[in-house]
Design a protein around this ligand. Structure first.
Ligand code: AMP
Ligand code: ZN
Length: 109
């Protein structure tokens, strides 16, 4: 499998791991667009949120809660985004959620 996020999940290439359980891995984005830019990556390889097994997302709220405490995002807020396909601006073909914060973010679109 040549998918870069599968390699990160399998620890074949390094990343800065922030949170992990059997279903999800959260890492620092290598090219942050905000002071806080984490990626939450479901471990199994599917492309978009429309295809993922919902069981794999059961711990997503807990992961987010832990990250927003760790990253001190509770007071000022944050944004959770998943890009899908060409129009959505998805570059890595393995589902992931961007957790962004640490500054006032611009409107999307
Ligand atoms: P997307 O455009 O939604 O597919 O987002 C892909 C994200 O993956 C971008 O924000 C990249 O900066 C990030 N990224 C790509 N390669 C790595 C890597 N090796 N480690 C951490 N983040 C990465
Ligand atoms: Zn993958």
């Amino acid at each position: 499998m040549s998918c870069i996020f599968c390699k990160i999940v399998n620890k074949e290439i390094p990343s800065t791991i922030l949170w992990e359980n059997n279903d999800l891995l959260a890492i620092e984005d290598i090219n942050p667009v905000a002071p806080v830019h984490c990626l939450i990556i479901p471990k199994s390889h599917v492309t978009t949120v429309a295809e993922v097994d919902g069981n794999q997302l059961k711990s997503l709220p807990q992961c987010i809660e832990d990250l927003i405490i760790e990253k001190d995002l509770k007071k000022h807020g944050y944004r959770l985004v998943t890009n899908a396909g060409f129009d959505g601006g998805q570059e890595v073909d393995h589902i992931h959620f961007h957790l962004l914060g640490g500054k006032k973010l611009g409107k999307m679109g």
